[in-house]
Write a protein of this length. Structure first.
Length: 400
């Protein structure tokens, strides 16, 4: 339960003046009892696994003109032609290979090898819950993908599902057939365990993990707050502790962190108010010093906030309007924040260097939707977004 901050206190962002800013189970008895019952029901989908060996592939063998850098200095490619679902997520392997998970009739995983995008089906009949969100991708240290999404069960409930990919195919697991989850996001720790955050209409904002069973389906649930949230995001720090951000229904962006020590399966959480925010997806990242950074939208502008001074200080880093359903935050090799968003008719990236922010265009993008961003080990930016032609991929040709 949220107890460490006043729920009605709002922090409003400071408008930065910079010449370089170029605008072109222990605490929630009923919920934990419910989760325990679900976890012990062998017939209810908790821990039940099925292996999807469907390896049919759809290969785009003709990248066409998208192999050249555009005028803004970005390479653009098509991952999937035509209409696709709004939710997608991107991750990059240690060798710099980009991978993307997305909706397209089912849950699809795509990988770029030698200039060619090849896709495969993770779950063909996922039963997507209408009006609900939640799809994310992360890679283990060995490169194996882990995908988390929401899967409709009976027309009104939404289970949390996850799949682990290997050379043999996809092992798919489903958790909590009686959940009413509306949004989710996850990360993977150094041991390959899944750490997820999800928003639920009945339970509030929840965390779950499989720290004792990373290759199986046993999932442990714990509450962060009983209040309803949207725009959930999660990141892990240098010792594997989870940090989360989300927006409560009444407009407050919240930061939550798992306390060190205790039971790793059901960690206790502390929460702090970050500032007032609009109802789109938040994003969070943790730097090498374990300082948390949160990005979100407020009154149409892009906001970055950090507590490195000991208190949360929101600042306007790009003037809107933001047309995307989220803003995507990733940290560069130097720890500096990068924030992607969809502006009016174009995909844009906000970066900070030497304390100054710049806002640059990447490509035309006329379809409002979600944007995903990741920075690789060589400090290269990779993005996925949806436009009128389908699901697109962008990579910086050269990072200064």
């Amino acid at each position: 339960m949220v107890t460490s901050w006043s729920r009605r206190v709002m922090r409003y962002p400071v408008r930065m003046k910079s010449s370089a800013l170029v605008i072109g189970c222990a605490t929630m008895a009923s919920g934990c009892a419910r989760m325990s019952a679900l976890d012990g029901d062998a017939g209810g989908g908790i821990g039940d696994a099925d292996t999807d060996t469907d390896t049919d592939t759809d290969t785009d063998t003709d990248p066409g003109d998208d192999v050249e850098c555009n005028d803004e200095g970005w390479t653009l490619e098509t991952i999937q032609d035509g209409k696709v679902g709004e939710r997608h997520s991107i991750a990059v392997a240690t060798d710099g290979t980009p991978t993307v998970a997305f909706q397209n009739g089912g849950i699809i995983y795509a990988r770029r090898d030698s200039g060619t995008w090849t896709s495969e089906t993770v779950d063909a009949e996922y039963g997507w819950a209408n009006g609900r969100s939640g799809l994310s991708l992360a890679l283990r240290t060995d490169g194996s993908p882990v995908v988390v999404w929401l899967r409709e069960t009976d027309g009104k409930s939404t289970a949390l599902a996850h799949a682990v990919g290997s050379a043999e195919g996809w092992a798919v697991f489903r958790h909590g057939d009686e959940l009413t989850a509306t949004d989710s996001m996850h990360a993977v720790d150094a041991e390959g365990s899944l750490r997820a955050i999800f928003a639920d209409e009945q339970l509030g904002t929840m965390h779950c993990n499989n720290v004792l069973d990373p290759d199986g389906g046993t999932m442990h649930f714990s509450p962060i707050t009983t209040e309803r949230a949207t725009g959930v995001a999660i990141a892990l720090d240098s010792v594997g502790l989870a940090h989360a951000s989300f927006r409560l229904d009444y407009g407050l962006v919240v930061y939550a962190s798992a306390r060190a020590g205790g039971d790793a399966r059901v960690p206790e959480w502390t929460t702090e108010s970050v500032g007032a925010g609009d109802s789109i997806g938040t994003s969070i990242a943790v730097d090498a010093l374990d300082v948390a950074h949160v990005a979100y939208k407020y009154e149409g502008d892009v906001i970055h906030a950090t507590d490195e001074s000991g208190a949360w200080v929101p600042e306007i880093v790009a003037e809107g309007p933001v047309r995307s359903t989220n803003v995507a935050l990733a940290l560069g090799a130097d720890g500096e924040p990068n924030i992607a968003y969809l502006g009016t008719g174009e995909l844009r990236l906000v970066t900070r260097s030497g304390g100054a922010w710049s806002d640059e265009p990447i490509a035309a993008a006329s379809t409002p939707g979600r944007v995903a961003l990741v920075i690789d080990a060589a400090d290269g930016a990779h993005l996925s977004f949806v436009d009128s032609s389908g699901l697109r991929y962008a990579k910086a040709c050269l990072r200064e």
